[in-house]
Design a protein around this ligand. Structure first.
Ligand SMILES: N[C@@H](CCC(=O)N[C@@H](CS)C(=O)NCC(=O)O)C(=O)O
Length: 180
């Protein structure tokens, strides 16, 4: 994760082409994140407008979707979706709702992992986000006790430790999520 920002849709520009599935994917994620006020630039693929200087400046491959958030440029559609999903905590309320959902799953799964008694892809997907939230000082124990004990069970697993960001060990997190 790159960090946590307050996001203004007006800081976002998306160049897209009609009928493009990768573009559509990115547009869905923008809407789902409540960012519908973004600068939506429909270009003509037929007229090869994706090869215009304006777009080549953002995406040297001359393809859409081409996405810009402030100074951050992201071009691959899945990367745009992941950027929106992981780098942007847009509304604390939405986060609390999502965490409540995970809390509910875990309250039903006993002392196992997220889905079964074995570690699955679902755990690999969740744990880095959870570690990040912990670093942001999410009051996990108080608000989400099952998530807290799950986190304790999983955080020292060798595969999880292997990718633990080295700089996290040296620098403290910050108190961003105290109100969740
Ligand atoms: N892997 C890219 C594919 C992007 C892509 O192929 N875009 C097409 C439209 S669907 C495009 O811009 N084609 C025009 C061209 O390559 O000149 C993604 O997922 O964003």
């Amino acid at each position: 994760m790159l960090g946590t920002h307050e996001v203004m849709s007006t800081d976002i520009t998306l160049y897209w082409g009609s009928g493009s599935i990768p573009c559509w994917r990115a547009m869905i994620c923008l809407e789902e994140k409540g960012l519908s006020g973004y600068d939506s630039k429909l270009i003509s693929l037929e007229k090869k407008e994706q090869k215009s200087d304006e777009i080549l400046k953002i995406n040297p491959r001359g393809q859409v979707p081409a996405f810009k958030h402030g100074d951050v440029v992201v071009n691959e559609s899945m990367a745009i979706c992941l950027y929106l999903e992981e780098c942007i905590v847009e509304k604390i309320k939405a986060l609390a709702e999502e965490l409540s959902l995970w809390e509910k799953y875990l309250s039903q799964s006993g002392d196992g992992f997220l889905i079964t008694e074995d570690f699955t892809l679902a755990d690999a997907a969740l744990i880095p986000a959870l570690a990040f939230l912990k670093r942001m000082k999410l009051p996990m124990k108080e608000g989400f006790p099952h998530l807290a004990s799950y986190y304790e069970r999983v955080k020292d697993r060798p595969s999880v430790q292997s990718g633990w960001p080295p700089h996290w060990k040296e620098t403290p997190g910050y108190d961003y999520l105290k109100d969740v």
